[in-house]
Design a protein around this ligand. Sequence first.
Ligand code: ATR
Length: 265
Amino acid sequence: MMEITGHTRLYGIVADPVAQVKTPQTMRKVFEKRGTDGVLVPMHVRSEHLAVFVQGLRGVMNFGGMIATVPHKTAMLDLCDDVTPAARLVGAVNIVRRNEDGTLSGDILDGQGFVGGLRQHGIEPRGLSVFLCGAGGAAKAIAFALADAGVARLDLYNRTQSKAQDIITRLQGVYPSVPMSAVGASPTGYDLVINATSLGMKSDDPMPFDVKGLSAQQTVAEIIMTPALTPLLAAAREMGCRIQYGLPMLECQIELMADFMGVAK
Ligand code: ATR
């Protein structure tokens, strides 16, 4: 580990609770790989103090930026001076850069992390027909990134269909040429099938959609990291599908977060 000196640049991860986060270790490896004199520290901040905490950081001149996670992703959007179109569309920010003049820029990298993770494993989403299950924050970010990557079709299935329809309405305004529909629970016929819900983390969770509709030509991707082999991925593998684990999305996202905060490559 590099020694912390007066030259070390500071970064943070702000969360409540924060004790469970693994990002300080993961980011340390990124800093070491890039030869950066930096440290990322956990910052345990309650929601009622977030605004004053962020306001104070604007004046910390050796502060490079922070990762925002539960429960601060939504509130952080309004505390930034500028945010990307993806963050605005999703309504959340998970990475903040402190610019030299003390202004703060925000982005959400879940979607780009997911697409980057696919590409690292040789799956190019451009031109694919996609079935995306879920309509929470993660699903929204992934939908945006897939539309941006040029998928041929993007259909959304969610338990609460109105939420899927809402995402589609917003996305169609930005990507009018990508066909999108809110559909039922059957993933039959799509090239790429994605679970972007929390279903599969608990052992008694139901399947997120109708797995009987899968066939061997399809790729099935997860965003859940623990367990690595969710019941959905196990069933998909059993049916001969190609599977994509949840971890690459995170691994890719850490690198993108370092890039966004200006950590030299
Ligand atoms: P995140 O921001 O992490 O994506 P979220 O906003 O709470 O989390 O979204 C959770 C997603 O999992 C939603 O798509 C949710 O479906 P609803 O919009 O219908 O709530 C889905 N989900 C969670 N529990 C579910 C369950 N028991 N059955 C079906 N879908 C479920």
